[in-house]
Write a protein that binds this ligand. Structure first.
Ligand code: ZN
Length: 682
């Protein structure tokens, strides 16, 4: 066999993997997985961890380790051929996953282990693997009587159709509107970079001048910078009425029926599985314990943030009035005057900070920070490392006792055919195998501006934060000491808790003591001047109250429509939204605003009754960091406690238990409110 994907490798042979290897490797591996699984389940009725679960983990690990480099290469060195091969594999993989979730023999095997005397002898992590698996089997409807099971499947299919119809409507409505202009006076205020894009859009239609559309960057540029108020108004109306019964395209692609049906079916689906409503179903796999807890969490944050938000809004109104003689601040004025106010108050551009963040020194500084915190040594390896691009570097992490804990690839710079954004992904997961511990390996991918000439790449402060964020995910994946595939590292961590280690790391980017380690001028090696540091911290919390309330408005709306639904009294979506706005929003939306008709996160994405997770994770990370604020941000004892109670435990225990073990109490919203400047520092 000369397919490099099918050779047994530890680190993937990236340079040898070609598009033509992809599909055949996946076909072959999926066949092997099915055969092995069948033999395993039919060979015995005497199921145990050793005879059943360990071999199943091996089967799935093999598949993961072949698929991981393929999907990674598709993201970072994309080509037409590779994308085709990748896309051809996607339905095959999802079919296999569905098969596993719906396999009654597999379900019975897990169940019989859970019911056996051996279960009590298993470790906490092993028990969690079995409990999680049984929970997911049940949530996939496998335990239902035949009739209900059929209905369950029918609902799932219907929901998936409605979801795509919803997002198709949003997409079509977004693309249907555009504004073509030729008069330079009309676009006054809009920066060159946004105009260049608008010019290109016009050129693609063989038109002179500029063309604006409802894609978010185009919309945001107009709302933030266009001096022409009527233009802002026109665009605002088009944007907030997409896929609805209002606005310039009213009635075309209206999502109202889709939304009503989606809510009804979600409710029925949850009922079939024994939950009172869909919100309860959503929480079955999350850290938050019940509806009540989520709602009081959100309401509490809203109540505490509202006074500041009101003050911030008044500031914008006053500023617009005194400096620009604006009588009444309308929704299409808010972003525009807010930006003017921000410039007026802080006069700080990201450009000023960049010389202090040369990429190589920031990366080294970040390693020094985690060395201080957790006693980790991070070294670059050069020998015999096969990568996909010359920019990619490879590192290993050793702990204080010299033990190898993890390894990672760092691919820092933007280039053609590389997906945008930044992320951490899994290359190899930690688990105990016949040959000992399998060391975890991660990919850290960013899209920083590449170096020009002899000068290093200079990062913005936001990019530094991004790097720390992704490295936080990486440490969670790599520092785990759990030996079982489905709960080691980030596996098995509920998604309202998975952002804790990443957002937690961001805190160091705002601390003087840490910036002294991270920031050095690329020419003079000088640290960040005190004045810049002060400006940077002051600008950090600009309109923090308003931003907080906006996110809470979405989260409360999402949670209420999924928890208050009842078949006799189906939810009136608009009425609920109005009510949420009355109670929460400071900046009032006009009555024709149909934001909900394009809220794809919850109607077409995975965030249904889960939008609160964003704030939830922020609270956890801010709160955990407050212990470092109290004991010193480089306190080794606190660092080692965070390492052993959170990072090393992965998904092997309930995140609330881990949090309580670290903090000595349940999470509190105080630290987040303080960090956001919503309450004053003591
Ligand atoms: Zn993240």
């Amino acid at each position: 066999m000369d397919n490099p994907l099918l050779q047994f490798y530890r680190l993937p042979p990236f340079s040898k993997i070609k598009p033509e290897h992809v599909e055949s490797a996946i076909d072959y591996t999926l066949d092997q997985c099915r055969i092995k699984l069948k033999n395993l389940l039919e060979g015995t009725k005497d199921y145990s961890w050793k005879s059943t679960i360990a071999p199943i983990d091996d089967i799935n690990d093999r598949l993961n380790r072949i698929w991981s480099p393929i999907s990674h290469l598709n993201a970072v060195v994309n080509s037409e051929e590779l994308r085709q091969a990748y896309n051809a594999c996607l339905p095959k993989l999802s079919e296999y996953t569905t098969e596993l979730g719906q396999n009654p023999k597999l379900f019975r095997a897990y169940k019989s282990i859970a019911d056996s005397d051996d279960y009590a002898k298993l470790s906490t992590a092993q028990k969690k693997v079995i409990d999680d698996a049984l929970r997911d089997f049940r949530l996939s409807g496998i335990d239902l009587p035949t009739e209900k099971q059929q209905r369950f499947k029918a609902i799932q299919q219907e929901l998936s159709k409605l979801g795509s119809s919803y997002s198709d409507n949003v997409l079509d409505a977004t693309q249907a509107w555009s504004k073509h202009v030729e008069d330079p006076a009309f676009v006054k205020g809009i920066p060159e970079s946004a105009l260049a894009v608008a010019k290109q859009t016009a050129e693609q239609k063989d038109l002179p001048g500029w063309m604006f559309n409802l894609e978010f960057p185009s919309y945001l540029a107009v709302m933030t910078y266009a001096d022409n108020r009527d233009f802002r108004h026109e665009m605002y109306d088009a944007y907030v009425t997409r896929a609805s019964d209002e606005g310039p395209l009213s009635g075309r692609w209206d999502n109202k029926e889709n939304m009503d049906e989606i809510l009804g079916l979600r409710h029925e689906l949850a009922n079939l599985l024994g939950f009172t409503n869909f919100a309860e179903f959503s929480l079955a796999t999350k850290m938050a314990s019940d509806n009540q807890q989520v709602m009081s969490f959100l309401n509490d944050l809203a109540q505490r943030s509202k006074p500041l938000a009101e003050k911030e809004l008044q500031e914008v109104k006053d500023f617009a009035k005194t400096s620009f003689q604006l009588d009444e601040l309308k929704p299409w004025d808010f972003t525009y005057y807010s930006d003017k106010l921000r410039q007026h108050q802080y006069a700080l551009s990201q450009e000023e900070l960049k010389p202090y963040y040369p990429e190589p020194k920031v990366v080294q500084g970040m390693f020094d920070v985690v060395n201080e915190l957790y006693g980790l040594q991070i070294n670059e390896l050069h020998k015999d490392i096969d990568t996909w691009h010359e920019d990619v570097r490879f590192f290993e992490i050793k702990d204080g006792s010299g033990e190898l804990r993890g390894q990672f690839y760092l691919d820092p710079f933007a280039r053609p055919n590389k997906r945008g954004g930044a992320w951490m992904d899994v290359c190899i997961s930690r688990q105990r195998t016949k040959n000992g511990i399998q060391i975890p390996v991660a990919y850290l991918t960013c899209n920083f501006t590449p170096p020009v000439g002899k000068d290093p790449s200079l990062l913005t402060h936001n990019e530094v934060i991004t790097l720390f964020h992704e490295f936080g995910h990486g440490l969670h994946h790599m520092l785990t000491k759990v030996d079982y595939l489905n709960v080691s590292g980030i596996s098995g961590v509920p998604w309202d808790a998975v952002e804790l280690p990443s957002q937690f790391m961001e805190n160091w980017c705002w601390e003087r003591e840490a910036l002294d380690v991270i920031a050095h001028h690329y020419q003079t090696n000088q640290g960040l001047p005190e004045e810049l540091f002060r400006k940077m911290t002051a600008a950090k919390n600009f309109q923090a109250g308003l931003q907080m309330l906006r996110q809470l408005e979405f989260a409360i709306f999402d949670f209420r429509i999924h928890s208050e639904y009842s078949p006799d009294n189906p939810i009136d979506i608009q009425k609920t939204l109005n009510d949420v706005r009355d109670k929460v929003a400071v900046l009032k939306a006009p009555p024709y605003n149909r934001f909900q008709n394009s809220f794809s996160h919850i109607f077409a994405g995975g965030y249904a009754a889960g939008y609160y997770s964003y704030k939830w994770a922020e609270v956890l990370s801010a709160d955990a960091f407050s212990k470092f604020e109290e004991t010193g941000i480089f306190n080794k004892k606190t660092g080692s406690e965070f390492l052993t109670t959170v990072l090393e435990q992965g998904g092997s225990r309930e995140p609330m238990d881990l949090f309580v073990e670290f903090m000595g109490r349940e999470p509190s919203i105080d630290a987040l409110l303080r960090h956001s400047g919503i309450t004053q520092t003591d």
